[in-house]
Design a protein around this ligand. Sequence first.
Ligand SMILES: [Zn+2]
Length: 246
Amino acid sequence: MPLTWKSWTTPFLLAAAVLSLNSCGNSGPRTSAGRDVWGHRPGPRGFDTVIIDAGHGGKDPGAVSRHTGQREKDLTLDMAKRIRAELRGFKTILMRSDDTFIDLDERVVRANEYGDAILISMHFNAGPSHVRGPETYYWRVDSHGLATRFQRAMASVSPVESSSRGLVRRRLRLTRNPEIPCVLLEGGYLSNPAEARLVADPGYRQQLAKAIASAIRTQAAVGDSGTGPLPRPLFEPPSRPTDAPE
Ligand SMILES: [Zn+2]
C-alpha cells in the first residue's frame, strides 16, 4: 500500500522557507538528517545512523546473472554486511539480515522509524550485455550530495564503465517515499560478462563496500561540501508499485 500523502501545503511552505535559508551555500550550519517529508534542503551532516537495505530477498531474487549464476539478492545482502562492517562508529541497521522478502513500502515504513539517519539501498543491475558500470539513484534534494559521493566512490573502484547512466535523479519508492535522505546504489551490471565476474569476486565487493563507507563518513563530516550545486526541488507524489521497477 502506498504511503498516504501528508499535508500538501505545510511541507511546501517549510521547504520554501528552508530553501531561502540555504542560499548561503554549503558552508552553512550543520544540517541534521532529521525526518522531513520532502527533503528540499541540503544534505545531512553529523548524522549517526545508517540504514542499509539489501535489495530484494526471499521470493524476489532480483537479477540473476546468466554468466556467473549469482543472484542479486545474495550479492546485496553480502554487500550490506560488508558496508556495515566498514562503518564502525555509526549506528547501523540492516533492513534484512537474511534471505527474507520485505515489501518496498514496508521498507519505507521501517526507514521512517529513525530520525537522524540516512538510508542506502544496495542493488545490482541488469540490462543489455554491453552496458557496465555502477549507477546511483536519488530524488530528494537532501540526497544529492550523498548520491554524488556514492557514484564517485563506486566509479573510483570500477575499472570500466560502458553506456551506464552514472548519477540519475529518479522517483522510486526508495528514493522518493522515505522521510530521510535516501539513495539507491547499483553496484554493477550482472548482465555484462566481465562485470558479473568482477562482482563475483569477494575482494572486489570489499573494495566497493569500503568506498561506499568512506563516502558516508565524508558526508557525515562535511555535508554536501564539494558535491556541486543542489538540484531544484521537485513536487511529485510518492512513488507507487505501478511505477518503474527498482
Ligand atoms: Zn535490484
